[in-house]
Design a protein around this ligand. Structure first.
Ligand code: FAD
Length: 431
């Protein structure tokens, strides 16, 4: 009787997990003498993959992006592999039994944790839910947006700045030609149509970029009707359901459970000020999707999987245990970034291939090479569109002009790159 397959289980099907699955299928399993004895099982809470960086613009309206490119079916990206080599499981990992080596009911021979991270606002990615939930959140937000006259956004990192820029352009007009352009020269400026306030606890926006670039972003945001409040953090937010224009019933009881996506907010700041806004969007940090590992002993203090940053093996695991973590769920890199993920995938897979060979080495049938090593590029690399026409940023420490930021990222928020990535064409050659 044929031996049961040994499963290489990958949890999460986005930049990290989907890429790892393709790479293992293309370059790890074919190079094993007993490659037929293995398969890849890709498990994901969402049946689709999406271009997550596009969320700050995509949340406003579907017309900004072709939806069939923005969202793709995970299973369809693996249709070319035989079913004996690949299986997609649409499901959420809820527990890990490291000794029993199962997640839910799937046994694993090797395990790659690539479950990413969740944003406090459900508008900015799948988080750990299905893709339909993201579309439902966008739909709810879009019902409230046309009547909003004030918006508070918390967080001066790239997500907060991009959301502010996109909403500023959409609601107040585009840079230089928007809400101020028609105002007579020399007279005092009118307020923007929608007052957008971006709050950051830091002394400047975009802490990963030099202050001169951050200030250029702030000036551009001002042209889009966005006011930046620095050096103070949001300490509490309370919501009151916005009055429905159709109800006309001012005396009805307040909604005990207002939807934070569509409700009026009172935003308390550490400075003592309270900002009242028709809509509030938190863009402050992320939480790793690792709750299912809470009792595994694998997590670092910040909730990410404690990972050897050079080899992508989980820190507490021996090579013979074949446990790895990559992407935003792992602490291998300082900042969440797709380019860090893409540089790490070949390293993780080379070490997985090496670790799979260890038993053969023990039997004198294989040769153990050196570990592959990942080194994070720590030079300032961040591109931040500010609406559909310009942006700020740097690549490997070099500042880029607004036109270049638009060309590389701002015109479609990287959608030009994701087709190759999701389909696995990006990994056709071994790196
Ligand atoms: C608004 C925004 C803009 C960004 N812009 C950029 C940018 O321009 N450039 C850049 O380099 N980076 C950007 N990033 C960061 C980038 O998106 C992340 O680094 C990248 O998405 C990380 O990929 P990942 O595969 O680790 O995780 P994620 O993309 O978070 O995907 C995690 C996957 O795991 C699944 N999952 C979650 N929990 C479970 C579970 N328990 N069981 C099974 N599956 C699970 C999810 O469904 C999803 O498929 C941005 C991030 C945000 C939020």
């Amino acid at each position: 009787m044929a031996e049961p397959k040994k499963h290489i289980v990958v949890l999460g099907a986005s930049y990290a997990g989907l890429s790892t699955a393709h790479y293992v299928l293309k370059h790890v399993l074919p190079r094993r003498p007993d490659s037929g004895g293995y398969d890849v099982v890709l498990v994901s809470a969402s049946a689709e993959a999406m271009c997550r960086p596009a969320c700050p613009r995509a949340l406003i309206a579907d017309r900004f992006f072709p939806q069939d490119k923005l969202f793709v079916s995970v299973a369809a990206q693996f249709a070319a592999y035989p079913p004996s080599q690949f299986r997609f499981v649409h499901g959420r990992a809820t527990a890990l039994d490291r000794r029993g080596r199962t997640t839910e009911t799937i046994s694993f021979h090797a395990l790659v944790i690539a479950t990413g991270a969740s944003t406090p606002s459900p508008l900015l990615g799948f988080n750990d839910g299905p893709s339909d939930a993201l579309r439902a959140h966008w739909a709810a937000f879009r019902t409230a947006l046309p009547t909003a006259r004030s918006i508070v956004i918390a967080g001066g990192g790239p997500a907060g700045v991009e959301v502010a820029g996109e909403l500023g352009e959409h609601l107040n007009g585009s840079s230089g030609g928007g809400w101020k352009a028609w105002w007579p020269l020399g007279s005092s400026k009118p307020p923007p149509r929608v007052a957008i306030t971006l709050v950051t606890s830091a002394p400047e926006l975009l802490p990963a970029l030099p202050p001169a670039i951050a200030r250029a972003a702030e000036a551009q945001l001002a042209r889009l009707g966005v006011r930046v409040v620095k050096n103070t953090r949001v300490t509490a937010v309370s919501f009151t359901a916005s009055p429905s224009p159709s109800s006309g019933n001012a005396t009805s009881d307040p909604d005990p459970d207002p939807d934070p996506l569509t409700s009026n907010a009172a935003v308390a700041l550490a400075s003592g000020a309270v900002l009242h806004a028709d809509l509030y969007i938190p863009c402050v940090g992320t939480t790793p999707n690792t709750a299912f590992l809470s009792s595994s002993g694998l997590l670092a203090a910040d909730g990410r999987v404690a990972t050897e940053s050079s080899t992508l093996r989980i820190s507490s695991a021996q090579p013979s245990e074949r446990l790895y973590a990559i992407g935003d769920a792992s602490d291998y890199a300082r900042r969440p970034a797709v380019h860090a993920v893409l540089a790490a995938v070949p390293v993780l897979c080379a070490n997985l291939r090496r670790d799979l060979l260890l038993p053969l080495v023990g039997e004198g049938k294989g040769q153990e090479g050196d570990d592959a090593m990942f080194r994070e590029d720590t030079r300032a690399t961040q591109l931040v569109p500010l609406g559909t026409r310009t942006g700020v940023g740097a690549v490997m420490g070099y500042r880029l002009p607004g036109f270049a930021v638009w060309l590389i990222k701002g015109r479609d928020y990287w959608l030009w790159t994701t087709g190759r990535l999701w389909s696995g064409r990006q990994w056709a050659k071994e790196s």
